[in-house]
Design a protein around this ligand. Structure first.
Ligand SMILES: NC(=O)c1ccc[n+]([C@@H]2O[C@H](COP(=O)([O-])OP(=O)(O)OC[C@H]3O[C@@H](n4cnc5c(N)ncnc54)[C@H](O)[C@@H]3O)[C@@H](O)[C@H]2O)c1
Ligand SMILES: N[C@H](C(=O)O)[C@H](O)COP(=O)(O)O
Length: 349
């Protein structure tokens, strides 16, 4: 190995909405990872962490949780070493902290944190982005016209085709449509969109999860997958033709499956990913089978991005009731994906 000591990845963590549980789950998960005295256990080969947050907000929740300060304030230009935590301030003046409230100021601070963290990943200082939850309402109050991270990250990184995939110990679910009103789903489901998403997820499963020939099960849109056209035609007109086209190209893709029976019969156990036609069709079963232990991944970006499988949980904010398990998994998976990408790049040289 010569002098090349293995560098552990650096994770950029955005604080999320400061009035929600984001800061709490960041503090709890890093406190656990670093150990009780935060005495850099570099020997444990931890990543370096960069937290993009309002310093006052992080201190406020640390005091409430009785977690001693384990970070060092930094400008964000230097990558932290293994087991070290840098805090990069995203506010020029203290932001009012109002746990449980939806405010434009918190929305603005949350988005500033994400943008700075992404920039750090894009310039190579950090190896992956892990986002704590934001409030879609708060970011709208702050003037951001996007429904969530996924769409903001696509815009901010200039990515034309991105996908949302949530994973837990039981299944992986990809979404054909993401944050759109239910009434708009049928018209959004075009053959072009389905093919684009299937190819994107197929490539991601192969590259990032090392599944060389991923088995993908595609759900129908209508009850009983349309029941031969009696309850809708999207299956026959749009979904089936795309499945056949991709099958003919050698991909292992099946469906369209009636969604209720597919999940009830645990057919996901025989697949590597399920493609759901809309958000709740796929995310209700995923969250029911492992809420608090799942991870949300954005595919199709030039950077790695993970996040917990839950939102801001405003009613729990500031009460030391938030479970940090999903955040821990999101940090862990981000690290794993970053290491895989590094080794893929080395092999390609
Ligand atoms: N990645 C993200 O930024 C993200 C993800 C999901 C939802 N959201 C946003 O969060 C806001 C609230 O969404 P919601 O109410 O639909 O979902 P939510 O996940 O915030 O809450 C759903 C339920 O789960 C509980 N819960 C959530 N996380 C928990 C945790 N870590 N520990 C213990 N209990 C927890 C909540 O108290 C609530 O009862 C919305 O604005 C939504 O868009 C953001
Ligand atoms: N759809 C996600 C979920 O239900 O967990 C959530 O809204 C987060 O989306 P972004 O990653 O785009 O913020």
């Amino acid at each position: 190995m010569g002098s090349s000591v293995k560098k552990t990845p650096v994770l950029a963590v955005s604080m999320g909405d400061g009035n929600g549980i984001g800061p709490e789950i960041i503090l709890k998960s890093l406190h656990k990872l670093l150990g009780p005295d935060h005495n850099n256990p570099g020997g444990q080969n931890l990543p370096g962490f960069m937290i993009f947050a309002c310093p006052e907000t992080l201190k406020f929740y640390a005091e409430k949780l009785e977690i001693p300060i384990f970070w060092k304030e930094s400008t964000g230009t230097v990558a932290p070493e293994s087991g070290h935590v840098h805090l990069i301030s995203v506010s020029s003046s203290p932001v009012e902290i109002r746990p449980g409230e939806i405010t434009a100021l918190a929305g603005k601070a949350a988005m500033t944190a994400i943008a700075s963290a992404v920039d750090c990943c894009m310039d190579g200082t950090a190896d992956a982005l892990v986002t704590a939850p934001i409030s879609k309402e708060a970011i709208h109050l702050a003037g951001y016209n996007v429904p969530g991270h996924t769409e903001f990250l696509a815009e901010h990184t200039g990515s034309s085709s991105v996908g949302m995939m949530l994973v837990n110990d039981i299944m992986r679910v990809g979404l054909a449509t993401i944050h759109i009103p239910l009434r708009d789903v049928p018209s959004a489901l075009t053959p072009e969109l389905l093919e684009e998403k299937l190819l994107l997820f197929h490539r991601y499963l192969a590259d990032s999860f090392s599944i060389q020939s991923p088995r993908i099960a595609v759900l129908g849109l209508n009850p009983h997958a349309g029941d031969g056209g009696v309850i809708g035609n999207e299956e026959a007109d749009i979904i089936s033709p795309v499945i056949r086209t991709l099958e003919n190209k050698g991909m292992d893709i099946t469906g369209p499956w009636p969604a209720d029976g597919f999940f009830a019969s645990k057919s996901y156990e025989n697949t590597d990913m399920v493609l759901a036609m809309y958000h709740d069709q796929g995310l209700i079963p995923l969250k029911m089978t492992g809420f608090g232990g799942g991870v949300n991944i954005t595919t199709g970006l030039p950077i790695i991005r993970t996040s917990p499988d839950h939102g801001t949980a405003f009613s729990l904010a500031g009460q030391n009731q938030a479970d940090a398990g999903s955040m821990e998994k999101a940090l862990h998976l981000a690290r794993e994906l970053a290491e895989k990408r590094t080794s893929r790049r080395k092999k390609a040289l």
